[in-house]
Write a new protein. Structure first.
Length: 171
């Protein structure tokens, strides 16, 4: 049980402080992705049925007031479907930028070692190189994993909003 924790701790130490931030951003991003998946599977079907029932109970579906009611219902559904999607997309974009920050801070450490010990001490530079490459890799992996799901979530929200528009068409 302690061995995986020690491995994670060593990985974080080798990657530097920026890696902790990448991990935090990735955790929040995935929490929001999982929330959206849960919402789409568990909550949205009930909400769509409720909105459909409200619309179907209307005797008048063609008047100006009925169309404003339809727009209100569709707007509420779209807001619920799109909730957190911009935040997820922003976090996906932030991951590689944090990785780049890790690269820069790691390279600064390499240059500091070179200034002090000279360029012939490869062992002394290895820690800085590690801090330069690990956050870059971690930021890219986090961004790619989030990108795949954010695109699917955005597409589902758009398609579901269109289905609701079709569902609430006047008869």
């Amino acid at each position: 049980m302690l061995e995986p924790i020690a491995a994670v701790r060593e990985f974080l130490e080798r990657g530097g402080d920026v890696l902790t931030w990448i991990g935090l951003v990735t955790f929040v991003m995935w929490a929001l992705i999982l929330e959206r998946l849960w919402y789409f599977r568990r909550v949205h079907p009930r909400e769509a049925a409720r909105v459909g029932a409200v619309w179907d109970r209307r005797s008048d579906q063609t008047s100006w007031y009925a169309q404003r009611t339809r727009e209100l219902l569709l707007s509420q559904i779209k807001l619920q479907l799109d909730q957190f999607i911009p935040m997820i997309k922003a976090l996906v974009a932030l991951c590689p930028l944090l990785g780049l920050l890790g690269t820069v801070t790691g390279m600064i450490e390499v240059f500091d070692v070179m200034a002090i010990a000279g360029s012939s001490n490869a062992r002394a530079m290895a820690a800085g190189v590690s801090k330069a490459t690990i956050p870059t890799m971690a930021g890219m992996v986090a961004a790619l994993s989030g990108l795949v799901f954010s695109v699917q979530i955005e597409r589902f929200a758009r398609d579901e909003a269109q289905r609701m528009e079709d569902r609430l068409a006047h008869h």
